[in-house]
Design a protein around this ligand. Structure first.
Ligand code: DGP
Length: 114
């Protein structure tokens, strides 16, 4: 997608602080971190979000989930734990319409989501 900000990051047109990359996905530090470790994991192929993965290959989706463990290890939170979330739509507070998973950790996270 030409104007999708995360597609542009995946293409290297917009700089990002990359943590991990493989053939299908990319992980980079969030611009506005909500925790000491806050990394976004995205598929390189465009998908609008978790409610819009029809056009995404299973390989790309699986790569994002598999990448979480790698990112956790690389950022030092694999042993202490972390949270992986994907916001969907308006009520989910999704602000970027390209599928992404937030990996949050590095501190005790709240035990309630809402
Ligand atoms: P969400 O609200 O779930 O759609 O999360 C989108 C996240 O993307 C938000 O935490 C801020 C982050 N973000 C937006 N634009 C950029 C950018 O250009 N670079 C990086 N690294 N993060 C971005």
């Amino acid at each position: 997608m030409d104007n999708c900000i995360f597609c542009r990051i995946a293409r290297g047109e917009i700089p990002s602080n990359r943590v991990y990359e493989d053939a299908h996905c990319l992980a980079f530090h969030d611009l506005h971190p909500q925790a000491p470790v806050h990394v976004l994991i995205i598929p390189k192929e465009h998908a609008g979000g978790l409610s819009d993965v029809g056009g995404l290959t299973d390989q790309a989706l699986a790569a994002c989930l598999r990448a979480a463990r790698e990112v956790a290890t690389l950022t030092g939170v694999a042993d202490t734990g972390y949270r992986l979330i994907s916001n969907v739509g308006e009520h989910g507070c999704q602000s970027v319409a390209h599928l992404h998973f937030h990996l949050l950790g590095g501190k005790q996270l709240p035990d309630r989501m809402a």
